[in-house]
Write a protein that binds this ligand. Sequence first.
Ligand code: TYD
Ligand code: MG
Length: 466
Amino acid sequence: MAKKTQEFVCQNCGAAYNRWQGKCDACGEWNTISEENAAAERVFSGPGRPPRKGKPFPLAPLAGEQKEAPRIASKNGEFDRVAGGGLVPGSVLLVGGDPGIGKSTLLIQIAAALAAAGHRAVYITGEESVAQVRLRAERLGLTKIPVELAAETSVEDIIATLSQGKVPRLVVIDSIQTMWTDMVESSPGTVTQVRASAQLLIRFAKRAGAAVILVGHVTKDGQIAGPRVVEHMVDAVLSFEGEGGHHFRILRAVKNRFGPTDEIGVFEMTGGGLSEVSNPSALFLSERDLGAPGTAVFAGMEGTRPLLVEIQALVAPTSLGTPRRAVVGWDPSRLAMVLAVLEAHCGVKLGGYDVYLNVAGGLRIAEPAADLAAAAALVSSLAKTPLPSDAVHFGEVSLSGAVRPVSHAPARLKEAQKLGFARAVVPDATRGAERDGLALAPVASLADLVARIVPNRPAQRREAKS
Ligand code: TYD
Ligand code: MG
């Protein structure tokens, strides 16, 4: 047996050190490093074992007969789309999110949907008692559905139980941080335990052909090991997000070996559990403040789906030496860029103003196509001129002030038309893509946009002369 050594492991990212230190060099988190017994894991993972003679195995050609992996659809459209079209047998999925966001609720609903379709679905909880899970299922109206339940935390016992009888199509483990295995000595919740337990469950999934969903809590304080330590071991990582105070939740694919990673699924938390939101644009636009300056509707894309969302800006004279720039839901460096372009090419001076930008509803936008909508909201707020409430915007702004075309213009315009918008402010290159009832207002540069919002600014006249 290997000599017993103590190792200091970051509970956030899994980096190991010889001695304790306050900050993890690998992930930059503070106070996440704690002492663990390393010897046991060494025995488990190799070097401590006597060498074994390997046995040969057959190699297969790349051009095989294998068709696309058959998928088990849960009939929950939003979940299936994010998972890449359904669960792949033998795959392992990690669903991460803040405590209380609704992971257990979502997964009991998915397990119930599969069980209702006649598949064997097992839900193992290490956090609640069976009675508590039943109580929740009762609230969700799922008590008649044959999901098999257990409150168990020993991975060996779980695998022994699941190996009996018909192979389950879906196993939900809620959560991976409460699981423990005899193979390592560390206490449950530590990196070593989480990693070893995940490894055993992954091996079981691949061997038996069951789809396994692991739940992982994301914790900032490092009290329990973050799901990041298993992210690279699993086939797909989905993150379940929501803003405090909003009742909708977004399921986002962070990594997916069997599907795209830019899809999102939108759910609404109701008294009867999570319900699918199949028309998220209507939801994100439902609380619009019509006629107020500083708001612009952005026609965005999330994966393959168009999504309309309101961008709000507030430009107000600053009382500080350095004006404030605060952004929620968008990239602060893109805001800085749009502000610089407005200042340099459009004569819009913002140095004396605080600028706040918010994406309504708590959505997070990553697309550069939002530049034009953000600029429109900023100029509208500064000029105290409301934008037409029936207009959508999209287009990327380059540093030269030109408005560049973006992908999926027809899908964006179609969604705007569907939701009753009458005009779209678009890049010049999108000219000619009009639809019935939707007029286009092409802008070649950001100065064009400013001129459209505030027709007779002195700065504009100067630009027009040059
Ligand atoms: P839960 O699924 O337990 O979260 P997690 O597993 O991510 O920790 O969800 C808990 C929250 O969801 C809790 O604040 C109550 C709310 N909720 C509803 O609003 N409606 C419901 O039908 C259910 C079951 C929960
Ligand atoms: Mg839970």
